[in-house]
Design a protein around this ligand. Structure first.
Ligand SMILES: [Fe+2]
Ligand SMILES: [Fe+2]
Length: 379
């Protein structure tokens, strides 16, 4: 059993100084090389539908393809400053925040608006980089998964992810005002997922953890943004993402039922590492604070460690935890992952609906409901 220090490189998952100490050493690179350590597997068993749930998902995916160039209305003009003044993005703290004696003391509306704009540039940049991670991971799954139905499905996801990278990049380039490099915590996680030689770890890291969080994050942004093009873009992307998460749940459920406790422990540890890396990435927009010229630690303590902000971050795990439960990852080895999820404050979602069950609700044309603050308080 690994210690938190061995898994995360720090003994306390919540140690803010250690989280802040992670430096983005790759921020100036143009290409990034990762060794993927995997074997490509041919299968001579071509029986289509041997795994009916995956086959069904594949058939759905073929009918659900869309075109980012023609299905989205790129003629919509986006006024980032006006949107920032409405205070809808995550930059602006509650009006009740007392900034006396803090790094924000001299800030006027101008700085708060600039912060809001940078937060949006940052968030969309991370979405774009994460989508490229998904593109690479699903191309790897096509090679490494031993089942024909999964290879077929994963190939549709490769196309989906290419489209997602494309639309986020176009939105950033034509509607927003600047890119950010991949955040260090997200980058470490994507590298770990791609470097792992075991085919199911690509699924666990990408489909269950990264895409589970993305599905929740896109949902909140879709619900909160008044900007019609972004709303439309996110709605289209979410219709694909729900299928991708369901693909992970359906594939791993079969595989994990056969694993030993020791093998399950390795998956539990990997899921915990992924959860913490993503939590760290959502908590710390260090690069934005640097660009705004304020000390990151103080800014984070004032704006990110508030109860409202922490609750929002917790809600991002509302897809991941029920999906981990469905895969049987919470309870083996004396409830190892259950205890870790308790430590980082997200276990309360375990009985929420899993994505294998709710995938059809995300299809285009359906009304999507998102969990509310009242919902979480009641759970
Ligand atoms: Fe995607
Ligand atoms: Fe995806």
């Amino acid at each position: 059993m690994s210690t938190t220090e061995e898994i995360l490189g720090r003994s306390d998952a919540n140690d803010l100084d250690a989280i802040l100490a992670v430096e983005n050493i790759h921020k100036d690179e143009v290409i990034h090389v990762v060794t993927d350590n995997a074997k490509s597997i041919f299968t001579w068993d071509y029986e289509k539908g041997a795994r009916p749930a995956l086959n069904k998902l594949y058939e759905k995916a073929k009918n659900a393809q869309w075109n980012g160039e023609t299905d989205l209305d790129w003629s919509i003009d986006v006024d980032q400053e006006k949107l920032a003044m409405m205070g809808i993005s995550q930059g602006t703290p509650d009006e009740t925040l007392d900034v006396t004696g803090t790094c924000f003391e001299t800030w006027t509306d101008k700085e708060w608006v600039a912060l809001d704009i940078q937060m949006q540039n940052f968030a969309l940049s991370q979405f774009m980089h994460g989508e490229q991670g998904a593109l690479i991971c699903t191309a790897k799954i096509v090679e490494t998964v031993p089942w024909i139905d999964a290879k077929y499905y994963a190939s549709t996801q490769v196309m989906d992810e290419a489209r997602h990278v494309e639309v986020f990049a176009k939105y950033l380039d034509t509607k927003l005002s600047g890119h950010y490099p991949m955040n260090a915590h997200l980058g470490m996680l994507l590298d770990d997922i791609i470097e792992d030689s075991r085919w199911d770890m690509t699924y666990l890291g990408m489909q269950i953890m990264v895409e589970g969080l993305a599905l929740a994050a896109f949902g909140f942004m879709h619900m909160l943004t008044p900007e019609p093009l972004l709303k439309q873009l996110l709605r289209y992307v979410m219709s694909d993402e729900a299928r991708h998460v369901a693909f992970g749940v359906l594939s791993l459920k079969e595989y994990y039922a056969e694993l030993s406790d020791l093998e399950m422990l390795e998956r539990q540890e990997f899921a915990f590492e992924a959860a913490v890396r993503m939590r760290d990435r959502m908590l710390l927009q260090t690069e934005v604070w640097e660009r705004m010229g304020v000390p990151a630690r103080e800014a984070i303590e004032l704006t990110r460690l508030t109860p409202e902000s922490m609750m929002f971050n917790t809600l991002l795990f509302s897809k991941i935890v029920p999906n981990c439960k469905k895969l049987g990852l919470l309870d083996p080895n004396d409830g190892w992952l259950r205890k870790r999820f308790q430590e980082i404050g997200v276990i309360q979602f375990e009985d929420w609906v899993d994505t294998g069950e709710e995938v059809d609700q995300f299809a285009l044309g359906q009304d999507i409901g998102m969990p509310s603050a009242e919902g979480i308080a009641a759970s």
